[in-house]
Design a protein around this ligand. Structure first.
Ligand code: ACO
Length: 324
């Protein structure tokens, strides 16, 4: 029987501690005005010292399970997109599995930085299409505060911590025409641009995780062009135009990038989900966080067409078109 995957629920979690732009002026030479004008960010959430990426991932996953009304033993796959795992190994995914009591199945992490959630969603969708998984927890979770240089004002003002999750379920593809579910996914990477955004360390080089180093202007330019190209790939494959899309849920890195991409696609901002002001750039967590917020607020409604798009270190980028 042919299968396709449907998003049956979502959940998200943001740590309690809020760091405002004004709070940041006590740490580095910056201002609320500079940060807000350049990025649209007003505040970010910061995990407690003893709170790990898996702790946040578990909380987001629990909410997704509650919202779907299913128990952990009905899950057979867990894919966590993260660039800030608790440990080098084991994966965050197996920790989530043990914490939630998910039975023996498939569990692993994906590292595609800010594009991680789109990569994870595409991977889960392909497992489902292949008939190998039935219900997959797809999570984006990050403790970006742990890879920031808190004396570097060009990067530390942009990022935050959090987690978001969706549950993908296998459905029989033969029974409906205008079916809900993941319609197509489009993934890209170009390692020649790896020096635009990276960390200064790693386990097999310096022995520590290092700090984020970024060529902001170059990242900005590529983000607008490549995310628009990924969106166009999804539209072309499905014979759609931007007018057919109900909601664009972009990676929440920076309001100016989001606005420029929307403009390039001629999409009015009224149909773009924006949450970056509340939590900054949470890397792989940002799309599921934004999606969940829009779902909980009743903005995105059943049957609507939603387009996810992201770009991150690597560079990696991609899109996913979903009817919810
Ligand atoms: N507060 C005050 N001043 C600052 C700060 C700060 N936090 N950071 C930099 N400045 C200063 C610089 O030192 C510079 O001063 P100078 O002119 O005296 O040398 C001035 O502001 C301008 O710096 P630029 O780097 O040229 O500023 P720009 O307009 O390019 O904005 C920004 C920087 C916001 C990083 C922008 O390039 C950007 O949005 N890039 C995209 C980066 C991004 O979102 N990355 C996230 C990861 S990738 C992704 O998720 C898509």
């Amino acid at each position: 029987m042919p299968f396709h995957s449907t998003i049956i629920s979502s959940g998200s979690y943001l740590p309690e501690k809020i760091l405002t732009n004004n709070d940041l002026t006590k740490i580095v030479d910056t201002s609320d005005e500079w940060i807000f004008q350049r990025s649209g960010i007003k505040q970010r959430h910061i995990a407690a010292d003893n709170q790990s990426t898996s702790d946040m991932a578990v909380k987001a996953a629990q909410k997704a399970l509650e919202s779907a009304g299913i128990s952990a033993n009905e899950i057979d796959g867990i894919i966590v997109a993260t660039t800030t795992p608790d440990q080098t190994f084991p994966s965050v995914a197996v920790k989530v599995q043990a914490e939630l009591g998910v039975p023996v199945g498939i569990a692993f992490d994906i590292q595609a930085v800010c594009t991680g959630f789109v990569y994870a969603l595409a991977t889960a969708d392909n497992f489902i299409k292949a008939g190998q998984l039935k219900r997959v927890l797809v999570i984006g979770a990050e403790k970006m505060s742990s890879v920031l240089d808190w004396s570097d004002r060009t990067t530390c003002v942009l990022f935050g911590d959090g987690a978001g999750a969706v549950i993908l379920e296998a459905n029989d593809s033969s029974d409906t025409n205008d079916r809900a579910g993941v319609l197509s996914t489009h993934l890209y990477a170009d390692g020649n641009m790896r020096d635009l955004l990276y960390t200064s360390g790693g386990v097999s080089t310096t022995g520590d995780s290092g700090h984020i180093i970024m060529q902001g202007r170059e990242v900005f330019k590529n983000a607008v062009n490549l995310m628009a190209a990924a969106v166009n790939a999804a539209l072309d494959e499905n014979n759609l135009t931007a007018d057919d899309i109900d909601w664009l849920v972009p990676h929440q890195a920076n309001l100016r990038i989001i606005e420029s991409t929307a403009k390039k696609l001629s999409m009015p901002m009224e149909r773009v989900v924006v949450t970056v002001q509340n939590h900054g750039n949470t890397s792989a967590a940002s799309i599921p966080l934004a999606f969940d917020e829009a779902m909980q607020a009743g903005k995105i409604k059943k049957g609507e067409l939603v387009l996810f798009e992201a770009l991150g270190g690597g560079l990696t980028w991609g899109s996913a078109l979903v009817r919810v």
